[in-house]
Design a binder for this molecule. Structure first.
Ligand code: SF4
Length: 68
């Protein structure tokens, strides 16, 4: 990961797993475009970052409810 926040991102370990969606998100955001990550952008605004907020702005719990 090239994201400068990876060391204290609570989501980072989950993005290293075997889930295909998580791997795609890691590739799209954490490895190449961390400046576009919703977590990075919220933190830059001094806003609380919800633990289940995905880099694309969706929530993990919502995706689970939808069966993803
Ligand atoms: S989810 Fe966002 S904050 Fe966390 S490591 Fe990936 S790019 Fe960085």
């Amino acid at each position: 990961m090239t994201c400068p926040r990876a060391h204290d991102c609570s989501l980072a370990p989950k993005l290293d797993g075997t889930n295909r969606l998580m791997r795609v998100l890691r590739h799209l955001y954490c490895d190449y475009n961390s400046h576009q990550c919703a977590r990075v952008r919220l933190a830059a605004l001094d806003q609380d970052v919800p633990p289940d907020l995905l880099p694309n702005g969706h929530s993990r719990s919502l995706l689970r409810q939808q069966g993803s």
